[in-house]
Design a protein around this ligand. Structure first.
Ligand code: HEM
Length: 500
């Protein structure tokens, strides 16, 4: 195959099945002015193929950029996990990363105010480990029942087909647990200057299992070595006017010129039994773990050093799933994570097909012996004549009990537990974050919020002011002022008496 940069070399055109194409300029017609002939099979193949070039875009995180790279262990964490990827300092594992915006469609501009997806795939010797995180340590929700609604609220309005500040803020402000995430997205970090200049987070709590079969709770932090760099609303608007693909261009060009971006992977590790003692819910995705309680422990460095040769093959067809876990790295009771264990592979069976694990970017680089067979687009040997069933008398498909995890204690009655009643601490951590900001950063937060709320009705703006005030009185007052609203009209007696 010739690349544009290669010296010209004859590279003959064929049909999909290898037969020579005789004429790629002129359709076959009955006479020079006549109608087409059905026997022009190359024309029919071209038109039919065009109709099938498109695949469904991801329901969210549709716009993204990807690159291959290497992960290198720099610090020994084997006392916490038996995952082979971390087994020795200096060990390297091949990886693939995809960064995204969330709400925009496949052709959306990059420099939008939005969360960024931060999805990593590590091709380990014991299977693929996907860490499908974001550039923020928390999320809008703590119950997956609301995720489809979140998606509807941030995507286009069913009638106008426009993004709607009303839909967006009506939903967010009705779920006070979203305030932590909303505060981050509206802050000066809400529009990263590029994918290279942002941190990544697992956000969820996962678990580590060590060689002694002990469990630890763990959160992953991936810190950019390029430094944090953000855009203001005005800078982003100006940039989008010039370049809708600024993040793709930045990442691609940096890797092409050999300026390989790097991130340092850290973990916060919590002993299993601490989960019952900490004053916050350690599996609540709207909460962070304070670093003073659980300091960052360095693990390794990831470097992105190879652009995909073909965007569709590797980036569009990549499939990341939180259920792709390896021995030594496992789940937690976080109910958001639990739902994601189902949602991603299910989406990918629809988007890419049941055999998407065979697409090279998704394929494990270790032996795979899964007992799944057949299905559309099965392109390997399909396990040939190996017996189908298990148990069998031929040693096939043997389970591996040596990887069993320690039992996980679970208790409680099955019910629709209402966390709004049982665990109503939505405001402390957003308030702490607000109080960490400099006065200038707080002002940016107020102004960004006011601009983003746009033409949303006043009662929704007042609801948000109420939520902010419960986090910190100055937060509510600042947002009210930026919105040109009188705060005292907004607040109930409790807040006026001095919340925050
Ligand atoms: C993409 C569902 C929460 C990060 C997706 C996709 C689905 C999905 C269906 C598209 C998958 C595909 O077509 O390949 C959900 C559900 C959630 C949830 C049901 C909550 C219950 C989260 C959270 C994070 C996250 C909390 C981050 C911590 C991502 C990322 C992608 C993605 C980064 C893009 C992956 C890629 O680059 O291909 N999500 N999501 N999601 N989600 Fe979520």
């Amino acid at each position: 195959m010739n690349k544009p940069s290669d010296p010209p070399k004859k590279c003959p055109l064929t049909t999909a099945f290898g037969a020579p194409v005789v004429d790629n300029q002129n359709s076959m017609t009955a006479g020079p002015r006549g109608p087409l002939l059905m026997q022009d099979v190359w024309l029919i193949e071209k038109l039919a193929n065009l109709n099938r070039e498109i695949i469904p875009e991801r329901r969210m995180h549709a716009k993204g950029s990807g690159a291959f790279g290497t992960f290198t262990v720099t610090n020994d964490i084997t006392r916490y996990t038996r995952a082979k990827i971390f087994s020795a300092v200096g060990k390297q594992t091949e990886m693939f990363a995809r960064f995204t915006t969330v709400a925009g469609e496949r052709g959306a501009a990059d420099a939008e105010r939005d969360i960024r997806g931060f999805a990593l795939k590590f091709y380990t010797e014991e299977g693929n480990w996907d860490l499908v995180g974001n550039n923020t340590p928390v999320f809008f929700l703590r119950d997956p029942r609301k995720f489809p609604d979140l998606n509807k609220a941030v995507k286009r309005d069913p009638k106008t087909n426009l993004r709607s500040a009303t839909n967006n803020w009506d939903f967010w402000t009705s779920l006070p647990e979203a305030l932590h995430q909303v505060t981050i997205v509206m802050s000066d970090r809400g529009i990263p200057a590029s994918y290279r200049h942002m941190h990544g987070f697992s956000s969820h709590t996962y678990s580590f299992i060590n060689a002694g079969n002990e469990r630890f709770w763990v959160k992953f932090h991936i810190k950019t070595q390029q430094g944090i760099l953000n855009l203001t609303d005005a800078e982003a608007a100006e940039l989008i006017g010039r370049d809708r693909e600024s993040h793709q261009r930045d990442l691609f060009d940096a890797i092409e010129r050999g300026d390989f971006p790097k991130w340092t992977l850290y973990v916060q590790v919590m002993p299993e039994t601490d989960a019952e003692k900490v004053p916050y819910h350690p599996f609540d995705l709207t909460k962070i773990w304070p670093k003073k309680d659980y300091p960052l422990i360095e693990v390794g460095v990831m470097e992105l050093n190879r652009n995909p040769e073909n965007f569709f093959a590797d980036v569009e067809q990549s499939a990341f799933a939180p259920n792709n876990l390896v021995p030594g790295i496992s789940v937690s009771p976080d109910k958001m994570l639990q739902a994601r264990l189902f949602a991603y592979s299910d989406a990918q069976r629809y988007r890419l097909g049941v055999n998407h694990h065979q697409i090279p970017v998704n394929a494990a680089r270790c032996p795979v012996h899964s007992n799944h067979r057949d299905g559309a687009m099965r392109v390997d040997g399909n396990y040939g004549g190996t017996p189908h069933y298990e148990p069998n008398s031929f040693g096939q498909w043997q389970e591996q009990p040596e990887y069993r995890e320690p039992p996980l204690k679970i208790n409680g009655d099955g019910d629709f537990w209402n966390y709004r009643v049982d665990d109503a601490d939505y405001y402390k951590q957003p308030g702490d974050l607000f109080r960490l900001m400099t006065p200038a950063q707080q002002q940016v937060l107020f102004d960004n919020t006011a601009r983003a709320m746009g033409d949303a009705p006043e009662f929704i703006k007042r609801r948000h002011i109420g939520n902010c005030t419960r986090a910190d009185r100055a937060y509510g007052a600042g947002v009210a002022k930026a919105l040109g609203l009188d705060i005292t009209v907004t607040l109930g007696e409790r807040e006026q008496a001095g919340a925050g």
